[in-house]
Design a protein around this ligand. Sequence first.
Ligand SMILES: [Ca+2]
Length: 526
Amino acid sequence: MNYLFRLFNKKTACPKSRFGGHIELDKIFITKLWAFAKLRLTILLRQSLLLILLNVAALQLSAQQKKLNVLFIIADDLNCDLGVYDHYLVKTPNIDKLAKQGMMFTNAFCNYPLCGPSRASMMTGLYPDQTGHYQLRDYIRQHVPDVITMSQNFMRQGYTAARVGKMYHYDNPGGIGTPGHDDSASWNERYYPRGIDKDIEDKIFSLKPGRFGATLSWLAAEGKDEEHTDGKVATQAIGLLTKYKETHTPFFLGVGFYKPHTPFVAPAKYFDLYNVNNIKVPHIDNDYFSALPEPAVAGLQYYKEQLNLPDSLARRAIQGYYATISFLDAQVGRVLSALDSLGLRDNTIVVFTSDHGYHMGEHGYYQKNTLFENSDRIPMIISYPGMGQTGKISRSIVEIIDLYPTLSDLAGLKVPEYVTGRSFKKILNNPDQRTRDNALSQMSGGYTLRTPEYRYTRWGNGGPGMIELYDRHADPGEMKNLAKYKQYEPVIKKLDTQLTKRIKEVAVPPKGLKVFKIPGSDKNVH
Ligand SMILES: [Ca+2]
């Protein structure tokens, strides 16, 4: 610029003014003109620099906004008794709607049909046999102190992780309002609301008076949805979504509802949805248990007070379970409506699932912790922005430990090498894809292999009287054990080989992680 000025100044020094006037006056005029131009140029440069900086900031904000958030909703003790899973009675319009917006998995399974170990496997992407986490009340870092959990993996890659309610094990309802058996390293923020359901426990009917957690118990309760614990969970989750929206914070939000776990407590209007006369109570033949291995029978007869439940009590218990599912569904709906109204849906992966399934009279049993379909199968619905096909059903087998790598994969995050679950992202883009041939579930003393055609269960080392085989097509209720029939020997041999292979695979130590197993901790815990 100075060079140009000198050049221009030099030209003005010629004897004849180019402006036709006095040379000195011309020079003064040009000097002023140049000073003015220089000032304008400086202002322009500053404005340009400001614009560039603003653009860079906008790009950074845009990159932040493009990070896919995760809204992870999990229910407690929910089986597939949902409208969208073709249940004959249960009404779940909000969960049904989510399925239409995403993909529903009809063959999703937990790896251990009990809260503590199932949630630990889900959050670590590791099988119970890898971590030794089999018990309800263990903390994950007792077993794998250095593990990077699913939400922690998001935290380490630029996300804020929060949980509301029950993500790891809780004594339910005993631990409501406390941190539970949580892992604080998994979250930046954590909230554990407590509602009026805790204050009206003396009104709850229970098969074992005064006990509610592992006992059939129910109450058509007073109070509005928002006053109950799960109503407060939804309200808190909505508050966090609002905050993250306003602050442009990428998030992994775990929303752990406490229902439909016992006690089946929900506002009375949800009980009114189900006429007890319309409820079908499962029945078993008198000699049913004689065809089962002894450990399977011991599990099914564990709760003595629930055996041979009188029909009227069974109907009311089932009504309570269904009512609580509909109450849960309404709270899920509130959270999803907020996601829409805040404009976050287009940038958020949504997961809905449960920690394990549940019996409501099937096999003569109520509750969980068996190696039957009722306990091991879980609901799973996933939607994510940009899904090619929505409202599709995948019949592919997936396991709960697959959620960690799948969600990380969808968000474009790396996972630790030891994570053993498998990403099923490709299924979300094409429901005909497969990532597994079978699912493995276990509980103390037994393993079960679920293939598309069969369920094969082995107790102890197997052998006569210690195995079960069910034909999934002919007998979806798994009521006829085929193990004793000679014509099934080739099938049993083949499935036994597959099961042995998988048991070895799920016990491979997680690479690079210290593991502390507690001797004897795999003893059955109901
Ligand atoms: Ca549970």
